[in-house]
Design a protein around this ligand. Structure first.
Ligand code: SG4
Ligand code: ZN
Length: 241
């Protein structure tokens, strides 16, 4: 019990600074976003997502989160515009879920949480040779954060299973209808906490059903992505560690 307690102390966010001094740095994420305190920047353009031909290469569940990785050897899937000087390549996406289901988002809006937060992680392949190199540079990563609200998500499920060739692996229906965003310079939200992330957080959430949130805590997103995988693929691509 004591060693568990010790492990808990070592791994809790409030103790990260012991091992990662940057936890006390000046651009740490996540943050509380207070909309009326954000200033409008007329130089910011719309963000553009080009995920049309993206192919996933691996889905894994580490017990806390599901991570879906993509082939990032070329610019087939990129985010550009907004605060970004050049296109950033999609590397993976993952979700953050709360223990109890309704307060799982990392960013908050005026102190309020959403059920979950989807993070699409991109890297600057124009300036850096590898993801790891980009992950330590101040303009190396761009993470698109999308809040998930709890409501009915079944429409989206149908959309997912509808046409793989048309939507690619990441269908547009997993995005809210408006791409209005908040942006700030921040960091990875977990160790090593590198201050390398240009955060782009969408103002509008997408919606999920309560049932989906419950099943996602045990087997995040498996339901959601099953229609896209044939049986052989499922065995090959999904593992639990
Ligand atoms: C989660 O722990 C993901 O599972 C990690 O993904 C991710 O690490 C980490 O969060 C930090 O990313 O967008 N929340 S965040 O700031 O993306 C990275 C993996 O470990 C480097 C694959
Ligand atoms: Zn994340």
């Amino acid at each position: 019990y004591l060693s568990l307690l010790f492990l808990g102390w070592l791994t809790s966010p409030s103790a990260w600074h012991n091992k990662y001094p940057v936890a006390h740095g000046s651009r740490q994420s996540p943050i509380d976003i207070v909309p009326h305190q954000a200033s409008r920047d007329p130089n910011l353009s719309q963000i553009v997502l080009n995920y049309d031909r993206c192919t996933s290469i691996n889905i894994s569940n580490n017990g806390h989160s599901v991570v879906v990785e993509f082939d990032d050897t070329d610019d087939r899937s990129v985010i550009q515009g907004g605060p970004l000087d050049n296109p950033y390549r999609l590397k993976q996406f993952h979700f953050h879920w709360g223990e109890k289901g309704c307060e799982g988002s990392e960013h908050t809006v005026s102190g309020n949480s959403y059920a979950s937060e989807l993070h699409l992680v991109h890297w600057n392949a124009v300036k850096y040779k590898t993801f790891d190199e980009a992950a330590t540079a101040p303009d190396g990563l761009a993470v698109l954060g999308i809040f998930l609200d709890v409501r009915c998500f079944f429409k989206c499920l149908y959309c997912l299973s509808y046409d793989k060739t048309k939507y690619g692996f990441f269908p547009k229906c997993l995005l809210p209808s408006s791409l209005h965003y908040w942006t700030y310079l921040g960091s990875l939200t977990t160790p090593p906490l590198h201050e390398s992330v240009i955060w782009i957080v969408l103002k509008d959430p997408i919606t999920v059903s309560e049932k989906q949130v419950r099943s996602c805590q045990t087997w995040p997103l498996l339901d959601l992505y099953c229609p896209l995988l044939n049986n052989a693929d499922r065995n090959k691509r999904i593992f639990v560690s």
